[in-house]
Design a protein around this ligand. Structure first.
Ligand code: AMP
Length: 393
């Protein structure tokens, strides 16, 4: 069953609780990337234009109870500027009597922002009492927090059952775009997976292998494959308990005729730090005291070549330790290659680090779809039904 959408809601004069994902990065107490805030605007504007009042709720970080470090206050000026109107910030606990009282004066066309929903201990437990208290604040519920849609929490799926509900525009767009990577993806289809651990990506690899022609593996997870094939990886990151699994994935790819590529060369260093002295060696010949921090130039060239002609491309996870120069080279080369392909292919980038690389490289406008949810996008591509989505069906 499809999710209910905004047009299905009766909104005139109503109070609409909107779960957004404002779990944004802060630097020195200031929002350093407003992507998620900007992404929530179309839904908010639609509700306001239909004479509703909007009550926004979000989590922020992982506080254990009320904690000043995790307040939503830094969001307020950014949201007000982006929206072009004032926002009533209510700093009491979201389900408290004070919050209900403060919301009394909210009028159609106005916006309120509740405090961090994770200040409520029931949030992550999907506590029925908290669900009821939150639901009592509004007449309808809209879920637009794609980045949290894989969590069965009170403010995500719990409240939905108690109020007329619908998906916001962001959630709708994310689900429809990402679904194109699962069903009837235009061939040839290539997937690039990187990042720290193969264990985080097993379910995605398994679900995508039957659907793709090309799978490119980078990041630290490549070392588990290289070691599984008998290579020497020095002191590179590896998951020794996943070697059999890596062999199994390689065998499955071969049996299916998937072009699964593992790096053939690596940029290695002895120290894990920016500008550490480094050199390029064959991927399976890393000396004992050295570690691989980026894919090498031959691998980068081979990966870019393997992507040519693709009509669908999905990328999740950096090719190396892209936070430290010069070990960002492989990741940025891939970012540019994916962006260049966007003229002729449907390209999707998901996951915080790959999205940051795409943004930093100035290539974001070219990409077909940039997902605002790392974990949620992976779970969707694992073939799972997200609890937030299920609650709206
Ligand atoms: P993930 O959260 O799984 O997407 O992993 C992202 C992290 O993997 C980034 O912080 C990278 O620095 C890290 N990473 C990528 N390649 C390597 C590598 N070769 N060695 C150590 N860490 C890596």
């Amino acid at each position: 069953m499809p999710m209910k959408t905004l047009d299905a809601l009766e909104l005139d004069g109503k109070r609409v609780l909107v779960r957004v994902d404002y779990n944004v990065p802060l630097e020195d107490g200031v929002v350093s990337d407003d992507t998620r805030i900007v992404a929530s605007l179309p839904t908010i504007r639609n509700l306001l234009s239909r004479n509703a009042s909007v009550i926004l709720m979000s989590h922020f970080g992982r506080p254990k109870g009320v904690d000043d470090k995790f307040r939503l206050a830094p969001i307020v000026p950014v949201l007000e500027k982006a929206l072009g109107q004032g926002v009533q910030y209510i700093s009491s606990k979201p389900a408290s009597a004070e919050t209900a009282q403060a919301l009394q004066s909210l009028k159609p066309g106005q916006v309120a922002l509740l405090e961090n929903v994770r200040f409520e201990s029931g949030e992550e437990k999907n506590d029925p009492e908290l669900n009821r208290a939150l639901a009592a604040l509004g007449d309808a519920f809209v879920l637009d927090a794609f980045g949290s849609a894989h969590r069965a929490h009170s403010s995500v799926s719990g409240v939905a059952g108690l109020l007329p509900h619908a998906a916001g525009f962001l959630l709708e767009k994310e689900v429809s775009q990402l679904s194109k990577l699962l069903n009837d993806a235009v061939q040839p289809y290539a997937v690039i997976l990187g990042g720290a651990k193969v264990s985080d990506k097993i379910a995605v690899i398994e679900n995508l292998l039957p659907r793709v022609q090309t799978m490119l593996i980078g990041g630290a997870m490549a070392f588990t494959f290289i070691k599984a094939m008998g290579g020497k990886i020095g002191k590179s990151l590896v998951e020794d308990d996943k070697l059999d699994l890596a062999r199994d994935i390689l065998a499955k790819a071969k049996a299916r005729g998937v072009n699964l590529l593992i790096p053939t060369d690596m940029v290695i260093a002895q120290e894990f730090k920016e500008h550490a002295e480094n050199k390029v060696v064959p991927a399976g010949e890393i000396p004992d005291d050295w570690m691989g921090l980026d894919i090498g130039p031959a691998s980068t060239a081979a990966y870019i070549a393997a992507l040519q002609g693709a009509k669908t491309v999905f990328w999740n996870g950096p090719m190396g330790v892209f936070e430290m120069k010069p070990f960002d080279t492989g990741t940025f080369a891939l970012a540019k290659a994916v962006a260049d392909l966007s003229a002729t292919a449907f390209t999707v980038v998901g996951g915080g680090d790959s999205v940051a690389a795409i943004n930093d490289s100035g290539n974001a406008p070219k990409i077909g779809h940039i997902s605002t949810g790392g974990g949620a996008s992976l779970e969707l591509l694992e073939g799972k039904t997200l609890p937030g989505v299920a609650a709206l069906e």
